[in-house]
Structures are given as structure tokens and as C-alpha cells.
Design a protein around this ligand. Structure first.
Ligand code: 8Z2
Ligand code: NDP
Length: 280
């Protein structure tokens, strides 16, 4: 099994889970120290793991990494195409270089890894691929570069599922919402305050998800239990995209914080503004 971004967060958790189920896990990332830490953890637990330093955006290194994994371990049954990330910025402030860095990290890089795994192994032997996306439905303000890339990965997954089906390769995506992973450490203090106070009221299950709640969806999709599932997307988001009309009317007043920017439709100020709009 290959897990990109296996040196931290959701990828680390999935690597542990897969190793505990008996798989050899090849973890891929840019930072060798992070990979080494996870290697030691998994080996201490009795698992089998190898580390591979590679930037998923670098075609040559990725091709060589996949070849090494096949040479050393004989097969690739599954790919967790998980590496990625982004920074928070408004569209007006995103430079072309920044936009391209995020698209390359979350779409092109995942494409390169998936293509190499397919061409070098799965086209002949079958397998299962899980592509990580995000809760991008209806857009993702201040993360628009990532939403654009993940939207691409969503449809790339659907296309690959049909192209690869005859080779016995299933391809699905997992779309995490707000997950309390190590990835959140990459945001600054102001964002963290927003994350803590402003996000949970938007989530019907009223909390962040955990790394293991995403990992279990990944492992299910990789497993024979999902043998008739391909081209699908499993949302792991506590119902966040469903918190639309009706949701706010069900909420206690204290959930209407200045952070979340939502207000009950019945609030006097909102009614007055709506009335003014009618008069115009
Ligand atoms: C409120 C929260 C609710 C949050 C609500 C809670 C839900 C969160 C949901 C999602 C959570 C996650 O995904 S958690 C996962 C988080 N993990 C990660 O993001 C890790 C991986 N990310 C990255 O490596 C970086 O973000 C990424 C930009 C993609 C790639 O980095 P690189 O090192 O390749 O790129 P760089 O060379 O640094 O940058 C290239 C250009 O990108 C731009 N750039 C890069 N970082 C920048 C930054 N912080 N601010 C501005 N611009 C930046 C600049 O233009 C850079 O050019 P110069 O100006 O010339 O330098
Ligand atoms: N946490 C959340 O709420 C959500 C997370 N996601 C996505 O889930 C995935 C896992 O995130 P999470 O575990 O939370 O965060 P992390 O930041 O902990 O994980 C991201 C991993 O990807 C690796 N990575 C990033 N860019 C590259 C690259 N170019 N080449 C190789 N490896 C790379 C990083 O390792 P290294 O630095 O060593 O390269 C890191 O281990 C990411 O794609 C993330 O965007 C999506 C929605 C929500």
C-alpha cells in the first residue's frame, strides 16, 4: 500500500491502520524527519513500513519512487493519494504563482502519482485508489485555489474509475470536512481562533472529525468490502454541506457568533434589511 503524505495527520493515521491490518505500507512525503518518525512508530507496533522522500509534483522522482516500491516489495495493491494542502487567502490576494503551487499540490501531483501507479503496476494487476479531496461543495471561500484543484480531482477520480475499470482498478475519493488533524497546525493563531469558535456551529454533528474517522473511510474503500464501489465519493464531514436553509432556525442563539457570520433569518436587523430590499 502506498500512502502519500504518510508522515503526518490523516496519512499517518491511515498508514498505521493499514499496517495494523498486515499491509506493508510505503509512506511518501517531502520531509524525511516526519517519515522517519512514523516509520519508527509503525515498526514499534510490529508493522512493516518503508519511507520514500518525494515531492508529488516532481514527475521524475515520483516515477522512480513507484519503481523502487515495486522492485523492493513486489506489488502495489492500494494507493492513498492523500498528500496536499493549501494556505488561506482571498482570491484578490492569490498570486498566479501561489495558485499554481496549490493546484500542482492538490491536482497535478495526485494525477502524476495515480498515473504512475496505474501504468507501472495496476494496469496489469488491478488495485484500488483513494484520492483525497475536501468539502468543496458550493465553493470554499478563502481556499478557492484548493477548491478548484479538488474539484478537478473529484472529476479526475470519476474519469479514472471508468477508464481503469476493465483493468480491475477501483478509484474513489474521500472528501473530509473539518478534521482535527495535525494539518490544522499550519494555520496561524487568528485562523485557529476562527476554527475553534466559528466552524463547529456549521457542522450538524457539532464537532470536528478525527483523523481515524477519515482513515476508516479510506480503508473501507480500499478493502474488498467496497468491491462494487468505484467512481464514488465518501464525504466525512459531519453533515456540514447539509447545514443550509432550516439549519440556522434550529440553532440556539449562542451559535450565532460574530465568527460564523450567520444570523437567524428572524433577527430584527435581517428582517429590516430584507424589507428594505423589497422596497427598492
Ligand atoms: C480560517 C481557517 C478555517 C479553516 C477551516 C478548517 C478546515 C480546514 C480544512 C483543510 C485542512 C487541510 O487541508 S489541513 C492540511 C494542511 N497542510 C498543508 O497545507 C501542508 C501542505 N501545504 C503546502 O505545502 C503549501 O501550503 C503549498 C502552498 C500547497 C505548497 O507549498 P510550496 O512550499 O511548494 O510552495 P511555496 O514555494 O512555499 O509557495 C509558492 C507560492 O505560494 C504562495 N504561498 C505559499 N504559502 C503562502 C501563504 N501562507 N500565504 C500566502 N501565499 C503563500 C506564494 O505566492 C508562494 O510564492 P513566493 O511568494 O514566491 O514564496
Ligand atoms: N484536516 C482537514 O480538515 C482536511 C484535510 N484535507 C486534506 O487531507 C490531506 C491530509 O491532510 P492532513 O493530514 O489534515 O494535513 P497534513 O498537513 O498533516 O498532511 C499533509 C501531508 O501531505 C504531505 N505533502 C504536502 N505536499 C506534498 C507534496 N507536494 N509532496 C509530497 N508530500 C506532500 C505533507 O508532508 P511533507 O510536509 O513531508 O511533504 C503532509 O504529511 C491533505 O490533502 C489535506 O489538504 C482535506 C480536507 C480537510
Amino acid at each position: 500500500m502506498i500512502v502519500t503524505g504518510g508522515g503526518s495527520g490523516i496519512g499517518r493515521c491511515a498508514a498505521h491502520e493499514l499496517a495494523s491490518l498486515g499491509a506493508h505500507v510505503a509512506i511518501v512525503g517531502r520531509n524525511p524527519e516526519k517519515l522517519e518518525t512514523v516509520r519508527i512508530e509503525i515498526e514499534e507496533d510490529g508493522g512493516s513500513v518503508s519511507t520514500h522522500v518525494s515531492d508529488i509534483r516532481d514527475e521524475e522522482t515520483v516515477a522512480a519512487t513507484i519503481a523502487t516500491i515495486i522492485k523492493d516489495h513486489g506489488r502495489i495493491d492500494g494507493l492513498v493519494n492523500n498528500a496536499g494542502g493549501q494556505y488561506r487567502a482571498a482570491i484578490k490576494d492569490i498570486t498566479t504563482k501561489g495558485f499554481e503551487a496549490v493546484v500542482r499540490s492538490n491536482l497535478t501531483g495526485g494525477f502524476i502519482v495515480m498515473r504512475e501507479v496505474y501504468n507501472q503496476w495496476m494496469a496489469e494487476h488491478g488495485g484500488s485508489i483513494v484520492n483525497m479531496i475536501a468539502d468543496i461543495w458550493h465553493g470554499w471561500p478563502h481556499f478557492s485555489h484548493s477548491a478548484a484543484a479538488r474539484g478537478g480531482m473529484f472529476t479526475l477520480t470519476e474519469s479514472a474509475a471508468t477508464e481503469f475499470a476493465a483493468s480491475g482498478v477501483r478509484v474513489n475519493s474521500v472528501a473530509p470536512g473539518s478534521i482535527a488533524s495535525s494539518g490544522l497546525d499550519t494555520y496561524d493563531a487568528k485562523d485557529t481562533e476562527f476554527i475553534q469558535k466559528g466552524v463547529s456551529p456549521h457542522i450538524p454533528l457539532q464537532r470536528f472529525g478525527t483523523e481515524s474517522e477519515v482513515s476508516s473511510a479510506i480503508v473501507f474503500l480500499l478493502s474488498p468490502g467496497a468491491s462494487f464501489i468505484t467512481g464514488s465519493c465518501v464525504r466525512v464531514d459531519g453533515g456540514a454541506p447539509n447545514a443550509r436553509r432550516g439549519w440556522w432556525e434550529l440553532q440556539p442563539a449562542e451559535n450565532n457568533t460574530p465568527f460564523n457570520g450567520f444570523h437567524r433569518a428572524s433577527e430584527p436587523a435581517i428582517l429590516a434589511a430584507a424589507h428594505q430590499g423589497e422596497q427598492r
